[in-house]
Write a protein that binds this ligand. Structure first.
Ligand code: SF4
Ligand code: SF4
Length: 366
């Protein structure tokens, strides 16, 4: 790997894909939406491998495919080796970016990150929910920047619900977890941002995380960068499920389907499939409707891995495909548990799309 030497640690994963008969090819939402061989998991991994080896030039046509991944891990689930393509491609992004090569969308994310972080701080500061927030509270809620900035109503529902569930007001983390930087390929900047959030959380006794992307960052990526947090990370929907008996079944529900969409980071990322179904079953008085592809086989919304920044049209097509599957299954409401999925579905859907935080808040009397 003389061209991209930091990829030496990923050699095993890269070689598995490069010499594989592409058994996972039908699993990838990106190559399903944009049918190019280079966008299959095999294509993306092979190009990273060949670029690292110096077999192909270090130019955009050979390196940009490393960013054509939502991080959904559908290929990993379909792979006999459980090969971790998403994580390997994040490493490839970092190695390629270190050589000064990256797609415009990823460069823009890095360039604008300080503004993004400041806007996130401002948005969180405006999320006050009467009686539910106290700056020095021992329990901290990290809503995530997408909830705070783009879906404040759902963020407020989560604040109210968390405060009710833990029995006291919560403090709110104002720093972004840094995940956009990691997905762009800026690992040093990601580590610096992670250290800022860890410093902000110092002394807290409980850490609740709403967005599964942030939860994966804190639980999976932070330890790899040596970032220590003051308490175990609890995921909001699991907290709600652990108090399911306190949720009041909802009255006057409209007679329509309510279909749960498994967010990739919550499902394949953290292995959480039962908690949201338990919560929705309690609130609905029956199990939620399901997509044909669900749980470990759930299909991606197209919103992860910075795809909306690097390949916005492909990301939209992926979301539209999921909404079309929902409509073919009888339509109704989609409920999900991830701000990015919520936003991408809302951008395409005529059907209503809601977040599980809203349902939990209603079940607690909001
Ligand atoms: S992820 Fe697994 S199945 Fe897919 S190309 Fe790589 S080794 Fe083959
Ligand atoms: S993680 Fe998802 S988007 Fe990325 S290569 Fe695998 S299937 Fe495709």
């Amino acid at each position: 790997m003389h061209v991209l030497p930091t990829l030496e640690s990923q050699r095993n994963a890269l070689e598995k894909c490069t010499f594989c008969p592409k058994l996972c090819r039908s699993a990838c939402p990106v190559s399903n939406a944009e049918t190019r061989e280079t966008l299959t998991p095999w294509g993306k991994m092979s190009l990273a491998y060949f670029t690292g080896h110096g077999d192909v030039p270090l130019d955009a046509s050979h390196t940009d495919p490393a960013w054509a991944c939502t991080g959904c891990k559908a290929c990993t689930h379909a792979c006999d080796h459980q090969n971790d393509v998403a994580t390997t491609l994040y490493e490839a992004r970092a190695a390629i970016m270190a050589k000064g090569q990256n797609p415009i969308g990823a460069a823009r994310v890095v360039k604008n990150f300080d503004k993004h972080a400041e806007r996130t701080r401002q948005a969180v500061a405006e999320l006050g929910v009467h009686g539910s927030v106290r700056r020095d509270a021992a329990t901290n809620l990290l809503t995530g920047c997408s909830y705070a900035r783009a879906t404040p109503r759902e963020a407020k529902d989560a604040i109210f619900a968390t405060s009710q569930l833990v029995g006291e007001p919560v403090s709110l983390a104002e720093n972004c977890c840094g995940l956009p930087l990691l997905m762009a390929g800026a690992q040093e900047a990601f580590k610096a941002q992670a250290e800022k959030l860890a410093a902000e959380l110092h002394g807290r006794k409980r850490l609740i995380v709403l967005d599964p992307g942030c939860a994966v960052a804190l639980k999976v990526h932070y330890p790899k960068f040596g970032i220590k947090l003051p308490a175990e990370v609890e995921v909001f929907v699991e907290l709600a499920a652990s108090h399911v008996g306190r949720l009041k079944p909802l009255d006057n529900l409209p007679d329509e389907r309510v279909r749960y969409h498994d967010p990739c980071q919550l499902g394949r990322g953290l292995g959480i499939y039962e908690a949201p179904r338990l919560v929705l079953s309690r609130l609905l008085g029956r199990p939620p409707d399901e997509f044909d592809y669900r749980r470990e086989k759930a299909a991606c919304s197209g919103a992860g891995g910075l795809l909306p920044s690097t390949m916005p049209d492909v990301a939209k097509r992926i979301a539209k495909t999921r909404v079309a599957e929902h409509e073919e299954g009888g339509g109704g409401k989609i409920v999900t548990a991830c701000a990015s999925s919520l936003l991408s579905f809302r951008a395409t859907a005529v059907e209503p799309v809601e977040d599980i935080a809203t349902w939990v808040a209603k079940g607690l009397g909001a």
